[in-house]
Design a protein around this ligand. Sequence first.
Ligand code: CA
Length: 424
Amino acid sequence: MNNKSWVGGANSPDTEFPIQNLPYGVFSQAGAEARCGVAIGDFVADLAVLERAGLIEISGFAAPVLNPFMARGSVAWAAMRARLTALFAEGGDAALRDDSELRAAVLISRAEVQMHMPFAVAGYTDFYAGRHHAENVGTMFRGAENALPPNWLSIPIGYNGRASTVVVSGTPIRRPLGQIKPPEAELPMFSPTKRLDIELEFGAVLGQGSEMGVPLTVAEADELIFGYVLLNDWSARDIQAWEYQPLGPFQAKVFASSISPWVVTKAALEPFRVSAPKRARPLLPYLREPGPMLYDIQLEVRMRAAGQGHDTVISRTNTRELYYSAAQQLTHHAIGGCKMSVGDLLGSGTISGPEKASRGSLLELTWGGKEPLMLDGGVERRFIEDGDTLTLSGFAQGEGYRIGFGECVGTILPAPALRPEWAE
Ligand code: CA
């Protein structure tokens, strides 16, 4: 099959959505119901229209979530990918290409659509699988001698986050209120967070579930993954520092996590698999990877201060900096008998590289606020202020094409007003 497409914009070397990508999302136009689509070139292909026209055999795309399609499993995923490739390829099936009326109904300019949450999040688990991040944060919170907890090199550590507050890119993020305890204070105070931060993460989306009480191998876990999104796990560092021991983050992370709007399939990322870094300590056999389980995906974080007209790149890193893959995280998640569900989202944990400019959070980039960032135009930032906008982006670079995710954007709104009855 030809790797070129007749769809406008799909053959541009810097498009995020060439025919090799075909990521799934949920979109709407003004006045119309949300439904499933695939990004290609400058367009969204409306899968509900393709389904009604009888050009695809798999059904369920009129739904406002991808869960019904994901639940059909890997045979359906592969069949759908093959069919879409045939419909969009130069020299492929002419049924759509040569029908101008249908083409106009199916292909909608991406500039005209609003994106929605692509799937109903069944559960959200956040891991801590980036070693540079764990060492940086551990050094700041507990000192260099205790930077990595004793279990870190053996276990992909995680905690159960909140599925209810996972939102799609573009959703404004409200600064949270909570308990904070400045280092010099004896007791905590109630306040809007003063240390609002991002976490640059890679999110795995499960398209299949597992049975309660039934463990998974790493290879089996990988089979359950439908695709990946970029994930910004917004964090309130002052709330986190006070609350996180012994059970991990609670209020510091529950207020919002943003995801990019397109779920990039595991199939599209297959050519970009890379091996995990050298193991500092042998893993127990149940966690050993049967082959390359990480991906080579270049990541970027941009920041725009309130009132500024343009972004400044504040970090560049790569998903290959992770120590544990999503399949390993999932294996560990299920090994004790936890049931996994269609629509579960697994966050990788912050992806930082070894260099300062490759750190995936402001906490690390400014070393706890001690070394402020200078944005273009001379604006200084330690943490995020109201009105600031943060954008994550990323792509895997192939030969002459790239597999992108679409941006993951969020702008910060002021905290809720403090109520008189909360005054001390
Ligand atoms: Ca996180």
